[in-house]
Write a protein that binds this ligand. Structure first.
Ligand code: HEC
Length: 405
């Protein structure tokens, strides 16, 4: 008995300590989570300014006054959400961006300008408050959400996203190309969007929301073979953390169609999700951003490609091909430096292209592609055919010899 009391006491204090520690660890992420939700709400509002503005204003004339007001309201709300968020380096610049966006809408600026400003501000929000905008695991296939869609969404949006009401249509390629998978995901998060009431999507899991986002993306993605072939010409777009964040409309036309297809068929891309495919994809995006004059995101994507792509494949590569590895190390370093030094753009683009080519080479070294497997099989079949041919020839010749002899 005398030993039990201290033991109980010890257990009690242990439980207390555990509670305290877990309360601490809980409290921290929940503040972060709250900030992220606030930022995600702002991203959602801004993405819809980007996509809806063209319907509200055309050639400087207001076509839909209530939509126009709603957009001014969205920017105001995003601005006040930013005020609630903790200060970070770069917040003042984002405040300036939002002011410029509000000014552009007030002036009824062209749609392309407003879209670029709104999307730019949304991306900055996400970067500043470290929003995870891609699922932690690979994107789920659309079939996972089929029953859920039939159950919860179809009566409003139509079987194939083809609802008769314009605001419910989900199969308009031009509109859908201006939204990322992440935008679809956000629409289904009641803390971030009030497009639906809680009964529609309040209880969905994150995975269910991603699966629905992929399914919705499929309504505007042509499901025909030529598109698939075109998509395969852009393997660099696959395996990207960015596939969920990218708005296809921001890419050149061929790559845009490819992304429209890929993001609706993530299951088809599983075999391409090699770290070097990710590196190549991010390099592609970085180069695209650089060409568009956005050096900051170009640098960011480049570093992401280095860290989340190349660095992960490097240990294997150095065993297989040390010379190529050394060359690649140097190329990443030089490209990074030349962006920081603001080297002439033709030089930088040249470095991008040479690095890209070597990353593709490295990938071939590490992962014998299905192409070379097929080649190997073809050689094997060729030799098998020669052997069979020789045997046949020999077999056919022998009986002829008899009558001759
Ligand atoms: C009660 C009818 C209703 C149901 C049920 C419903 N939606 Fe919606 N949804 C709407 C309306 C209306 C809008 C437009 C809201 C707006 O413009 O603010 C919308 C907007 C959207 C959008 C944004 C589209 C765009 O172009 O702006 C997506 C994506 C979406 N819904 C997906 C879904 C999914 C997935 C489900 C099922 C979980 C679902 N919806 C269920 C009515 C509904």
């Amino acid at each position: 008995m005398p030993r039990k009391a201290p033991c109980l006491f010890r257990m009690f204090s242990l439980v207390l300590a555990l509670c305290w520690v877990s309360a601490l660890t809980w409290a921290q992420p929940s503040v972060d989570q709250e900030n992220r939700d606030t930022a995600a709400r702002a991203v959602n509002l801004l993405s819809f300014v980007a996509v809806d503005y063209a319907e509200a204003v055309d050639s400087g004339e207001i076509r839909d006054r209530s939509l126009y007001r709603a957009q001014q309201g969205n920017v105001q709300v995003a601005t006040s959400l930013l005020e609630k968020l903790p200060d970070r380096p770069g917040r003042t610049q984002l405040q300036d961006n939002l002011r410029a966006l509000a000014g552009a809408i007030d002036k009824r600026a062209p749609a392309a300008e407003v879209r670029q400003r709104a999307n730019g501000a949304a991306d900055r929000f996400a970067a500043l408050y470290q929003l995870p905008r891609s699922p932690a695991e690979p994107l789920p296939p659309p079939c996972e959400a089929r029953a859920l869609y039939q159950d919860r969404c179809q009566h409003c949006h139509g079987e194939q996203g083809d609802a008769p009401q314009a605001e419910r249509k989900l199969n308009d390629p031009a509109r859908m190309a201006n939204l990322s998978l992440y935008d679809f995901y956000n629409v289904l998060e009641p803390t971030r969007s009030d497009a639906h009431d809680n009964a529609v999507d309040g209880d969905l899991s994150s995975r269910e929301r991603w699966a629905l986002a992929v399914l919705v993306a499929g309504f505007a993605a042509p499901d025909i073979a030529p598109e698939q072939k075109r998509a395969q010409e852009f393997p660099a777009l696959v395996g990207l953390p960015g596939a969920a964040i990218l708005r296809p409309a921001e890419l050149p036309p061929e790559a845009r169609d490819a992304l429209m297809w890929w993001r609706a068929h993530p299951q088809e891309t599983a075999h391409l999700q090699h770290p070097l495919a990710r590196a190549a994809g991010l390099l592609y995006l970085a180069q695209n951003a650089y060409r568009g004059g956005d050096t900051a995101s170009a640098y960011h994507q480049l570093m992401l490609g280095l860290r989340d792509g190349y660095a992960m494949a490097r240990p294997k590569l150095v065993e297989r091909d040390p010379a190529l590895t050394a060359q690649l190390d140097q190329q990443w370093q030089e490209l990074r430096q030349s962006i920081l030094d603001r080297a002439p753009s033709n030089e930088v683009i040249d470095k991008f292209q040479r690095l890209q080519a070597n990353v593709v080479r490295a990938r071939e070294q590490l992962q014998p592609s299905t192409g070379s497997a097929i080649y190997f099989l073809a050689v094997l079949l060729f030799f098998a055919a020669i052997c069979v041919g020789a045997l046949l020839w020999y077999g056919l010749r022998r009986p002829r010899k008899k009558p001759n002899s």
